[in-house]
Design a binder for this molecule. Structure first.
Ligand code: NAI
Ligand code: MG
Length: 498
């Protein structure tokens, strides 16, 4: 196998990969306590060796973040913070080709998804840059019992939470970093960011953007490392005021436990098992590609993935036939190749995990319609896979799979409460979609589905200013939009006797 599967790589990307990949602490690129190798999941070949840190490096980063918070960053005016964030957005945009290709080679995503992601990251940074000057408190008339004070003034200030810790997953590395970092910086926080050990590279390129944009030293520190070392050190650190995490529900639980020491604020964006309900009157020409990509986007390594498909008996067979044809026509390959529609899974471990779900579905009696195998080529690829005849108690219907595997269950009823009961039969509540031409059916079903976000005739359609987060075990809090900014602010109430 040739590097990048024979696809050409731009000289600037090759130069980036060849440079030394250190930690960013207090505005300096510094050595870590060890190193690790990241690889290209489409070939299995190594890409780069990068420095990793543990508790000592996290501690140095937290101290730098605290100094910046209490020093130069904390003293900036809102207008100055706005300008810096617009400059970050501008540099991200100027270096879009670098970010696009780094996420492709480190994560494996297809080019069209990576390009879309970088554009969304620029938009999100612009959005939060523009929001800085709109961080406003309120004035309130003093309550009755304060009449004793005579003339009084009561008002609120919105202040940054302080030093934030961010633990980022590998499934969309740049986006996962920006969607936390942009609102936190807009709020005036300083940060210690730990990317995933699987995908360390775009966060380093982002660190350089932040330096070049002129952010003071220590405002954003990037400490690559393993979850059990650097990640756990962030979750437990008494100098961190809030930790924001995206990843598995199991690790989220561990982070909550580690955060107990100083009762730091915690936001969690965790797993999902999102329902996709296809009603008898759905426009199948739209629903077939829409439902397929609800599952296959990012190779199914997507917390919003629609992996429980509920198909009404009237359209079940036609839908399955269409999804089978769509799946079999998908072009698997290296993400750098513009023709590629689906890339590899992130690692051999993830591929094995997904295959164990396929085996359990077979053992439990689900019907394999297509896929289920790895194509004969290097890299961690898996064919798009469809199961029908799945039942509520099967593992494939209960656990997050995080791979391109669809489970389709047939239903006969037209009773929306009964349909919603099946859709809601999960510990998760992150996303979901309903497919119908009937507006009333759509909105009535939306109300019945327990989830942080539901799409109608599309799936997982979230973005910059649409609040996103989960109910139940899918997480705590909302990201994106106004709520994403509020999550990095505290309210200080002030009462003044005049
Ligand atoms: P993970 O949740 O363990 O990893 C995500 C991040 O957490 C990484 O940066 C990792 O280094 C860090 N981490 C791991 N253990 C930690 C600890 N004890 N303290 C602090 N940080 C820690 O997920 P993993 O193992 O990569 O994937 C396993 C499964 O998790 C996937 O199959 C999928 O179901 C789910 N997942 C969900 C994601 C989402 O977007 N909601 C993203 C990634 C994984
Ligand atoms: Mg990698």
């Amino acid at each position: 196998m040739t590097p990048f599967d024979g696809n050409p790589i731009a000289p600037e990307i090759a130069a980036f990969l060849a440079q030394s990949h250190r930690l960013l602490i207090d505005g300096q690129w510094v050595e870590g306590s060890g190193s690790h190798v990241t690889s290209d999941p489409a070939t299995g070949l190594p890409l780069a060796t990068f420095a990793i840190g543990g508790a000592a490096e996290v501690d140095a980063a937290v101290k730098a973040a605290r100094r910046a918070f209490e020093g130069p960053w904390g003293r900036l005016t809102a207008a100055e913070r706005t300008r810096l964030l617009f400059r970050v957005a501008e540099l991200l945009d100027q270096r879009a080709a670098l970010f696009t290709e780094l996420d492709i080679v480190d994560n494996g995503m297809p080019r069209f998804i990576s390009e879309l992601t970088v554009a969304n990251c620029v938009e999100m940074t612009d959005y939060y840059a523009g929001a800085v000057m709109r961080i406003e408190g309120t004035t309130t008339p003093p309550p009755r019992h304060l009449a004793a004070l005579g003339e009084a003034l009561t008002y609120t200030l919105r202040e940054p939470v302080g030093v934030g810790g961010m633990i980022i997953p590998w499934n969309s590395p740049l986006a996962m970093a920006i969607l936390k970092l942009a609102p936190a910086l807009a709020a005036g926080c300083t940060l210690v960011v730990k990317p995933s050990e699987e995908t360390p590279l775009t966060a380093l390129a982002l660190g350089q953007v932040l330096l070049d944009a002129g952010l003071p030293p220590g405002v954003v520190n990037v400490v690559n490392g393993f979850g059990a070392d650097a990640g756990a050190a962030i979750a437990a650190h008494p100098g961190i005021d809030k930790v924001a995490f995206t990843g598995s529900t199991a690790t989220g639980r561990r982070i909550v436990e580690a955060a107990l020491g100083n009762l730091k604020k915690v936001s969690l964006e965790l797993g999902g098992k999102s329902p996709v309900v296809v009603m008898p009157d759905a426009d199948l020409a739209e629903a077939i590609p829409g439902v397929a990509m609800a599952t296959y986007f990012l190779q199914g390594q997507n917390c919003m993935a629609g992996t429980r498909i509920f198909a009404h008996a009237a359209i079940h067979d036609q839908l399955v036939e269409g999804l089978k044809a769509f799946s079999e026509a998908m072009v698997l390959g290296h993400g750098l190749n513009p023709a590629t529609q689906q890339g590899p899974l992130i690692s051999a471990t993830q591929l094995a995990r997904v295959k164990s779900h396929i085996e359990s579905a077979l053992a439990e009696g689900a019907t394999l319609v297509t896929g289920g195998q790895s194509p004969d080529r290097p890299g961690h690829f898996l064919q798009p896979t469809i199961f029908t005849d799945t039942r509520p108690n099967m593992r494939i219907q209960r656990e997050e799979i995080f791979g391109p595997v669809m489970a389709i269950e047939r239903f006969e009823t037209d009773d929306l409460d009964a349909i919603a009961t099946r859709a809601n039969d999960s510990i998760y509540g992150l996303s979901g979609s309903v497919w119908t031409r009937d507006l009333s059916t759509a909105h009535r079903l939306v109300r019945r589905i327990h989830s942080g976000h539901v799409s109608i005739n599309c799936h997982g359609a979230v973005g910059t200013n649409i609040p996103f987060g989960g109910t139940r075990q899918s997480g705590w809090g909302r990201e994106f939009g106004r709520e994403g900014l509020d999550a990095w602010l505290e309210t200080k109430a002030v009462t003044a006797k005049l």
